[in-house]
Design a binder for this molecule. Structure first.
Ligand SMILES: [Mg+2]
Length: 167
């Protein structure tokens, strides 16, 4: 199968980096996918300004176990492509994202897509329910990653490993 992997919130710890840059913000305060819907001590505009800065996308950490999960999917004989949304307001985001992924997986394709259901994969692994729903409605299989800072959710690496088993 051809497996499309989202990056932010699935492989890359975007919220963790924001919390590092804004110490007054804590992961458990991010209760919704959209920052604007969360009760955060930092203005949403400030978060986006930080994300748009040169160096932000390059500075993200891989979630523990995420690289291993990618290797495990490959080891099962599946094809893998990274399918990540562009940051249209940043001149550096996409380049940094591509280099970040290439440093770990130089042979895997990187697809920037706002409408992931238009990408011809069999499975989409994503942490945004709208992407998963749209992909499933278009005829694909989707695997929703619950974000680790959601109350009562399981650790992300565990879920990704579970997804690997499902695949
Ligand atoms: Mg994501």
């Amino acid at each position: 199968m051809r497996v499309l992997l989202d990056v932010d919130g699935v492989l890359a710890d975007l919220v963790g980096e924001l919390c590092r840059r804004f110490p007054e913000m804590r992961e458990e305060q991010v209760t919704e996918f959209e920052f604007a819907k969360c009760a955060l001590p930092v203005p949403v505009r400030s978060l986006y300004e930080a994300m748009e800065e040169p160096g932000f996308a390059a500075s993200l950490a891989w979630y523990p176990g995420a690289k291993d999960a990618v290797h495990a999917i490959l080891a099962k004989g599946h094809e893998v492509a990274f399918c990540t949304s562009p940051m249209k307001t940043s001149p550096t985001w996409m380049w940094e994202r591509q280099e970040w992924l290439r440093a770990a997986f130089p042979d895997l394709p990187v697809i920037f897509a706002q409408r992931k259901q238009w990408v011809a994969g069999d499975v989409l692994v994503d942490d945004r329910v709208q992407h998963c729903d749209a992909f499933a409605e278009a005829g694909g299989k989707s695997f929703l990653i619950m974000r680790p800072w959601k109350p009562h959710s399981r650790p992300l690496a565990w879920e990704l490993a579970e997804g690997v088993r499902v695949l």
